[in-house]
Design a protein around this ligand. Structure first.
Ligand code: BG6
Length: 488
């Protein structure tokens, strides 16, 4: 099979950080069809050779195991080309069409790794140049819009020139091996299903913690913030994966229908829950791994008076029979105390106690789905230790843990998120991509939070870089009698 991948934003941060390394891994693993061309598109004046040299320099900073040898890069580079385009100029799309016509491919992937403000222009121009035929697939990166209205406007334009089957809205968290293993755990094994409900689960916590700051993306991030950057998409997709009903089959629409139902069941915000159940923070100066780092407001590209949040913690509820009354806590932030993404399912204690059990709230039955940096499952149980301890004559149980490390079990050379998703686009598999109605529903749910913040003159709560965020996030969960795992 032959393909052309046109990478709009070909010299940008995303192409640099994620897409090119993923394409190279797919090439190395032999899964990228060899009859392929990858054309970077940007405004810079570069020759094919200069673009290849630029991409080659990118690999100097990837981890050693993922770095190509000279010979490997030379072979990969044969697929790479470059086209200078002004994305608002129709003549440049005609030039692109001419380039594609030189060798018509079975599949043409237009990857829009650009600022979302350009999505509608590019899609319209693709259609004007006649490049929206049935072999075309368009990949749209998040954030798709800034709010519900802009998201709808983009979706409307895109759908006026392409069918839903041609539109791949990417959320790279869905491509992570651990998220696919969550689907496998829930829908490929019968073991947990009877327990996966309000009668047995006390609360579910979703944490996506980063040590990184805003890097070189200060200006972009300052107009985006953590709610739009992480919660509206990645965190809510994880919430869907953990809370959805079993789909009737593994086809894209069956999965997406069930995710949509979860989003529709999220309890709407009230003035009270908006003030009690949402915490926003912004990092102040601090230290990460012993190195001093500046405050968010001193990062390049960031407004020195910025009120943009770099941390969000919130409490959600899903109003349906399975989950009524079970709190789902989401927290995500930059410059936190660790690089750690996981989902924690906290089960209720045994209904009748014949043993003494630890009083600590994290030491009951717990299933932890580790997304990164480790990828695996931990099942926390209580057991009788070697030296049986007693309290008032009753045996005292101790926490123990079954630990399944997928990296050890399946090897670290597994297919990464972007690699997996890029191959899915080329093969036309939509399972791990987001449908427009899901996306709109997620925007609808987060919008009252955005509205409240835009009318709130107070600044986000400051937290020192290298900590777990503002203490208000702990207070929020403590009001329900629970705690974040690292605090218990
Ligand atoms: C991106 C966000 O979608 O996800 C970034 O825009 C964030 O701000 C990144 O750093 C996190 O992805 P990962 O895979 O490194 O956890």
């Amino acid at each position: 099979m032959s393909f052309d991948l046109i990478l709009f934003g070909g010299t940008g941060d995303l192409a640099w950080r994620k897409i090119m390394p993923a394409l190279f891994q797919a090439f190395r693993h032999g899964s990228l069809p060899v009859e392929g061309r990858i054309v970077g598109v940007a405004r810079d004046d570069l020759s094919d050779e200069q673009y290849r040299a630029l991409i080659k320099s990118r690999f100097d900073s990837v981890e050693l195991a993922k770095r190509p040898s000279e010979e490997e890069f030379a072979r990969f580079a044969q697929m790479l080309g470059y086209l200078r385009m002004d994305l608002s100029n129709p003549a440049d799309y005609a030039a692109l069409a001419a380039r594609l016509q030189e060798r018509p491919a079975d599949v043409v992937v237009m990857y829009l790794a650009t600022a979302p403000g350009l999505f509608t222009t590019v899609c319209e121009q693709i259609a004007v140049a006649g490049l929206n035929g049935p072999t075309t697939r368009v990949v749209l990166e998040k954030p798709l819009g800034h709010d519900l209205a802009s998201n709808r406007a983009i979706n409307q334009t895109v759908r006026s020139v392409l069918t839903e089957q041609q539109i791949f809205r990417i959320d790279h968290y869905l491509g992570k091996p651990s998220v696919q293993n969550l689907f496998a755990l829930r829908f490929g094994n019968a073991l947990f299903e009877p327990l996966w409900r309000r009668e047995h689960i006390a609360n579910i916590q979703i944490t996506i913690a980063e040590e990184l700051g805003v890097e070189k993306r200060g200006a972009f991030y300052d107009s985006t913030g953590a709610l739009r950057d992480m919660v509206q998409n990645h965190a809510l997709q994880l919430l869907c994966a953990v809370a959805m009903e079993p789909p009737i089959n593994a086809h894209a629409d069956a999965i997406r229908d069930e995710k949509l139902k979860v989003l529709r069941s999220l309890k709407p915000w009230t003035p009270e829950t908006l003030s009690q159940h949402v915490v926003r923070g912004q990092y102040a100066a601090g230290a990460i791994k012993g190195e001093a780092v500046p405050a968010y407001r001193h990062e390049p590209g960031v407004n020195p008076d910025s009120r943009t949040e770099t941390f969000v913690a919130l409490r959600a509820e899903i109003a349906n029979w399975r989950w009524a009354g079970v709190p789902f806590y989401i927290r995500t932030g930059k410059r936190l105390a660790g690089h750690d993404a996981h989902i924690e399912v906290n089960f209720r204690p045994a209904p009748h106690a014949i043993f003494n059990t630890p009083q600590n709230c994290s030491e009951g039955n717990r299933l932890v789905i580790n997304l990164q940096p480790r990828d695996g499952l931990e099942l926390h149980l209580l057991a009788q230790g070697a030296n049986q301890r007693h309290r008032h004559g009753t045996p005292m149980l101790q926490p123990v843990q079954l630990d399944l490390d997928f990296d050890k079990r399946f090897g670290t050379e597994r297919v990464g998120a972007y690699e997996r998703l890029l191959l899915d686009v080329i093969d036309g598999r939509l399972n791990l991509f987001v449908r427009s109605d899901e996306q709109e529903e997620a925007w609808r749910w987060v919008e009252p939070i955005l509205d409240r913040w835009s009318n709130d003159p107070t600044a986000p709560r400051a937290y020192a870089a290298g900590t777990w965020g503002p203490s208000a996030a702990s207070a929020m969960i403590a009001r329900d009698g629970f705690c974040w795992s690292e605090e218990c």
